[in-house]
Design a protein around this ligand. Structure first.
Ligand code: SAM
Length: 657
């Protein structure tokens, strides 16, 4: 999955130089002036931000490098206007060879005038992990989406229309691989007729011709410094509607004018959704039948914050790893790494049997992950890292850790625009003729909302509209014990997992039971948790004391058949079946361009299983983007992999319905 490698750079004339492309990242005398001349001024970004009448203003770039184009753009807009969170700036950019974090810090130190923004990026700069990395800046008025991938593959995965293209990247002569017609096709697909502009430092004939073929009107302008010419352009072609290969996953622009959203469920899925919506200037009311937030599966004292990685690329692996990185950034923004809310203490995944040893060796041999993401450690190093003896070798994830979900959620929803309605069981959802939703609570009280996000896990099925959602409950029991033993320094996963102590307690487990639904603590499950701990950390386990009476917490995780969450518009089950019935006969059937039959204004965010800490924040950011018609933080493939209708479609193809 991750064949991304950091670039190798040297410094010449105080300017970064790419050893791979044998070229400077920017002009060694006048990098800022060049950026303004080539990209920012011809694209008129400041005037256009001021005049826009869309939900956000978006720029797509190729070749992020040190980010100079981004900083100059931001400054130009900020000099003309206040960028506000209800009309944010989105900057998408690609990078096939990202600078390492150390090189990046060194590079941006050359631009102290932009430190207000570069310091935030340095805090959140991702490791070399392939894929989309959304970075929230200035409390959500600016979004930088760094895509670590080749520009063509990156933009092929995007669906949003952009306002302006910045075509950077080393010159076609030095980097012919990037300047390909396939990339220009994507540029056209993501452009708006007579609105989207383009700017580039190169005026190479082949580039100009291909852009013209794709519908851009190109103008030659005088270049910067010694460069004779550069280009600017406007997309003037009409985009023809194309038949989508998977129309059931197409998402129509959301209901307009959403001002107040109901989120049902005050666990991790609900609280992260509320945060992502409020960050966009939307008012949120969270409803929960319980007396406090995080009372079900999100109510464990601690949860491990890590992505279990497959040895070879899979969509789940990509979703989990980019989800982990997004969660780390959100935890950072909310200053959660205080040792009480969360701790980035690393995680050991120990190989407790021969099969796991082989799997781990295979993962390492495939060489898909950067060393800063995962590395192998022998039993001696594992013991040193854990701070207590373990007989096993394993994988060490230095970026992982643990989170206290309830404390995290409290920080996320501490906003005047989030109202919390506890002790309120919503029993009915009704859509009115004007598309607004009425939520009826147990006592008969009715709340009117512009849209609803159902994030109440296994209870979602109780709403008639969602009775067919493919969720299943999996019981889990964690054990608590007084932390009077040797301190544990990292999270350790073996048969179960244990985190370093918090609030004077060790919290470990968890059992996994599909067939039992009881919410009573069970002695047998406690014993299994203790046995697992003895096997992995014998010295620590020997020092803990347990009473006959089990202590801990039981909850029912909400899971799905493929263990990925369900996030997106709620499908109208029967209408989906009748619209796509032909899949029964031919899985390649071409359908007319009718919109997929989803409830308008009804969304779901469910099925996070035991991975909510890494899947909820990114899913929430995705949902909030959908509801506000803003660019998605997910590649198209991943948004389809978590689409709520996927199980209906799979069943149709398998002729199971
Ligand atoms: N304005 C940028 C800056 O301030 O650093 C200049 C970037 S430099 C001229 C071009 C960047 O494009 C490099 O970081 C390079 O690694 C990246 N690049 C090259 N080929 C690429 C590709 N196919 N897809 C994405 N990025 C690519």
């Amino acid at each position: 999955m991750n064949n991304i490698k950091n670039s190798t750079i040297s410094w010449q004339d105080d300017t970064p130089y790419s050893e791979h492309f044998q070229d400077f990242y920017y002009n060694s005398d006048g990098g800022i002036e060049e950026t303004l001349h080539v990209f920012v001024n011809p694209s008129k970004v400041a005037e256009r931000y001021l005049q826009m009448d869309t939900e956000s203003f978006c720029i797509n770039e190729t070749g992020f490098g040190t980010g100079l184009n981004f900083y100059c753009t931001l400054q130009a807009i900020q000099e003309a206007a206040k960028i506000e969170k209800h009309r944010p700036l989105h900057f998408f950019t690609t990078e096939l060879f990202p600078l390492s974090v150390d090189d990046f810090i060194q590079a941006v130190a050359r631009f102290p005038q932009y430190s207000a923004i570069t310091e935030q990026i340095c805090q959140q700069y991702p490791p070399a992990v392939k894929g989309f990395h959304r970075i929230i800046l200035n409390q959500g008025s600016i979004y930088l989406t760094l895509i670590f991938d080749d520009s063509f593959s990156a933009y092929q995965q995007c669906l949003h229309k952009t306002d302006a293209w910045y075509l950077d990247g080393f010159s076609p002569a030095k980097n012919s691989q990037m300047w390909q017609p396939e990339l220009f096709q994507q540029l056209a697909r993501l452009s708006k007729t007579n609105e989207t502009t383009l700017a580039s430092f190169t005026s190479a004939g082949a580039v100009r011709r291909t852009l013209q073929e794709q519908g851009f009107k190109i103008q030659k302008l005088s270049g910067f410094g010694k460069k004779r010419e550069m280009i600017s352009g406007l997309y003037t072609a009409e985009n023809q509607p194309v038949c989508s290969p998977k129309p059931w996953f197409d998402i129509c622009p959301s209901c307009n004018n959403i001002k107040h959203v109901a989120v049902i469920g005050a666990g991790l899925a609900g609280c992260t959704t509320a945060e992502a919506l409020v960050r966009r200037g939307i008012k949120v009311t969270i409803f929960d039948s319980a007396t406090d937030i995080c009372q079900s599966a999100s109510g464990n004292l601690q949860g491990a914050l890590y992505a279990k990685l497959p040895s070879k690329p899979t969509q789940s692996g990509e979703f989990h790893l980019t989800g982990l990185e997004y969660s780390l950034r959100l935890l950072n923004i909310y200053q959660c790494f205080d040792g009480e809310t969360a701790q980035q203490c690393g995680l050991l995944q120990l190989a407790t049997n021969a099969k796991e040893q082989l799997q781990q060796q295979d993962l390492l041999a495939q060489n898909c992950y950067a060393k800063e993401v995962v590395r192998w450690v022998d039993a001696a190093e594992a013991t040193t890292l854990a701070g207590t003896k373990t007989p096993f070798s394993g994988l060490f994830f230095p970026r992982a850790g643990w989170v206290a979900p309830k404390l995290f959620c409290e920080k996320l929803i501490a906003d005047a625009n989030i109202q919390l309605q506890l002790n309120t069981d919503i029993t009915q959802l009704t859509q009115l003729a004007d598309e607004k939703w009425h939520l009826t609570a147990n006592g008969g009280k009715v709340f009117e909302m512009d849209a609803v996000v159902v994030a109440n896990a296994n209870s979602a099925k109780l709403f008639p509209q969602l009775e067919s959602v493919a969720t299943k409950a999996i019981r889990g029991q964690v054990t608590h014990s007084q932390a009077n033993a040797v301190p544990l320094e990292t999270v350790v996963c073996g048969a179960g997992y244990i985190s370093p102590a918090t609030q004077g307690q060790y919290c470990f487990g968890a059992s996994f039971n599909l067939h039992e639904q009881s919410l009573e603590l069970q002695t047998s499950d406690q014993q299994t948790n203790i046995d697992n701990l003895h096997k992995v950390l014998p010295e620590l386990a020997a020092q803990l004391e347990f009473s006959e009476q089990p202590r801990g917490k039981v909850a029912l995780r909400c899971s799905t058949p493929d263990y990925l969450p369900m996030v997106g518009p709620a499908p109208i089950h029967d209408a989906f079946i009748s619209q796509y019935k032909k899949l029964n006969k031919d899985k390649n059937w071409t359908f007319a361009t009718d919109a997929a039959p989803n409830y308008s204004g009804l969304f779901i965010n469910l099925g996070h299983g035991s991975k909510g800490l890494i899947t909820c924040p990114l899913s929430a950011e995705y949902l909030a983007s959908l509801l506000t018609n803003q660019p998605s933080p997910l590649p198209r493939d991943l948004s389809q992999a978590i689409h709520p209708a996927r199980f209906i479609i799979k069943q149709l193809i398998r002729r199971a319905i």
